[in-house]
Ligand binder design. Structure first.
Ligand code: GLN
Length: 527
């Protein structure tokens, strides 16, 4: 990792231009390109993800794969973990080889191919399709999130609000995915539903290509390009990756070896957490960062901790909260029984309703000069999410007494979880884009996205202690999650003063930072 600075980093010029551009709800026009691309990508991702476990566990007569629930859950965990883990090489390739715009484009194409492969009704298509989708998402997801931030100058107070709008696109996409893929799955067949996800990604790609001029000049070349030798090594590694994956797939299908997904899933949590620390530490110590950049990295570290804790609790939505809806919630309204799955859409519904409010909130707070540090905003999100679990603590006590609770308990929890999510998730993306050293922004987004993996896996481990046979223990589990999250939240609030200082150090440095990037000054001169 060298500190080569090049003029190919287009952030500064693009950012400067962005101040005048208010074409998309008061934001730069480029936001619409990224908004819709990510919306369609998320449509395909969540649409497909929603039916993954159902498809794996459906019997052969139902054209499913007839896996056991345990294996299906482990494969699901590994897949969702891998998707975000691959954001690390995805971010690296953007910074060093392709630049953000091309990486997003290649990623989208690979995702689309993955869904097309899943749509082929052949016994071998399943894992190959998943590998494509995971690889493509690793390329696309961190880099499109980084591109959003690059629409704004470092002083532009619209950045948080821009991310709130972008986040709304993510969730509109997921709702479309659930509806469209859900419809095809139930009424036509699994493979048509996978095909629908492919069509969604294709629409996203066409849209991206047709409106790419809106993001002209923004991260269209690697920020820190490799030397010719580095390039050839990288291409050799890419070829080795493709060969390795191909051999593994062939080997597994031919029965040369057996992969035990359950055992594998257990160790992956540890590997991901170690990788997070190693990669973060590598950039911090070996990335030739100047003092201000190092301070910003500390501020970012707090945001990453908040994010990993947040998703560990939040992701109970698909597991323990889902089971709570099924087993301990009185879902009867008159003669109509609310389907368990409907509770899952509460989050997306609240996001779409609340996002515009949050987008305005950050702008209004900034206008009043109220700018809490990023980690405090995240801490507030974490604590609000935790209060959702306090609600569940009381609900679970009724369940432990053998009663079924009214649906509004869960709805209140989902509401609080969504408010927490909007305080934390878009804000954290914004923080990564602003606090990362410009030449590492793709990789830092990759490191950040790794906190999604860690959160998801820890959440799975926590949900493992949700034992329907032992309902007495459920209130304790929820209380534990609430107290832990509140504890971390309080620690982060206590760090506010320090975090503000770290972030401000970054800001002080930025005026020169951009000029330095343009004039290729060495990092040391920027402090
Ligand atoms: N819903 C958000 C997204 O898709 C966050 C995902 C996550 O699991 N953290 O970007």
């Amino acid at each position: 990792m060298s500190d080569e600075q090049t003029s190919s980093n287009a952030q500064p010029s693009a950012a400067g231009k962005s101040n005048l551009d208010t074409a998309f709800f008061g934001h730069p026009k480029g936001l619409s390109t990224l908004f819709f691309t990510e919306m369609w990508e998320r449509m395909s991702y969540y649409g497909m993800r929603a039916m993954l476990v159902l498809f794996m566990t459906a019997s052969l007569q139902e054209q499913g794969l007839a896996f056991t629930v345990v294996s299906a859950a482990a494969i699901y965990g590994l897949y969702t973990g891998a998707v975000y883990f691959l954001g690390l090489p995805g971010g690296w390739l953007s910074d060093r080889l392709f630049g953000g715009q091309k990486t997003v484009w290649y990623g989208g194409i690979i995702i689309m191919c993955g869904h097309i492969i899943l749509a082929i009704p052949h016994p071998s298509s399943f894992f190959i399709g998943l590998i494509f989708v995971a690889t493509g998402t690793g390329l696309l997801k961190p880099n499109i999130s980084a591109l959003v931030g690059q629409l704004y100058s470092s002083e532009d107070e619209r950045r948080d609000s821009g991310y709130a709008i972008y986040y709304m696109g993510i969730n509109i996409g997921s709702v479309i995915g659930y509806m469209v893929c859900g419809y095809f799955m139930e009424n036509v067949g699994w493979h048509w539903a996978f095909g629908a996800a492919a069509v969604g990604m294709a629409i996203g790609l066409v849209q991206y290509r047709m409106t790419q001029s809106n993001i002209a000049g923004i991260n269209d070349a690697p920020a820190n390009p490799l030397s010719a030798k580095g390039k050839s090594i990288t291409w050799t590694l890419i070829a080795a990756f493709i060969a390795g994956v191909t051999l593994t797939v062939i080997g597994a299908y031919q029965g040369w070896f057996v992969i035990n997904p359950v055992a594998l899933a257990g160790s992956v949590a540890v590997v991901f957490t170690i990788t997070f620390f190693v990669y973060f530490g590598y950039i911090y110590f070996m990335g030739e960062l100047n003092d201000a950049e190092k301070k910003r990295m500390w501020a970012l570290f707090l945001v990453c901790v908040a994010s990993a804790c947040f998703w560990s609790g939040f992701e109970q939505a698909g597991s323990s909260l889902n089971l709570f809806a099924r087993d301990y919630t009185d879902r009867l309204i008159g003669t109509f029984e609310i389907p368990t799955a409907w509770f899952q859409s509460a989050n997306a519904f609240f996001i779409i309703i609340l996002s515009p409010f949050f987008a305005a909130l950050w702008i209004n707070l900034a206008k009043r000069m109220i700018t809490p540090s990023y980690s405090v905003k995240c801490a507030v999100g974490l604590i609000i999410m935790a209060t959702g679990f306090l609600v569940m603590f009381f609900a679970a006590q009724y369940a432990a007494d053998g009663l079924k609770v009214a649906p509004y308990w869960l709805i209140t929890t989902y509401f609080l979880h969504t408010v927490g999510e909007l305080c934390l998730s878009p804000v954290a993306l914004s923080a990564v884009s602003r606090l990362s050293p410009a030449r590492y922004v793709g990789q830092m987004m990759g490191v950040f996205v790794l906190t999604y993996s860690i959160g998801n896996i820890i959440s799975g481990l926590l949900a493992g202690s949700f034992d329907p046979e032992n309902v007495q223990e459920i209130p304790g589990l929820y209380m534990q999650i609430a107290l832990f999250s509140i504890g971390v939240g309080i620690v982060l609030v206590l760090f506010n003063f320090k975090a503000k200082y770290w972030e401000r150090e970054g800001r002080k440095d930025e005026g020169t930072d951009h000029e330095a990037t343009l004039s290729e000054q060495p990092a040391e001169q920027k402090v």
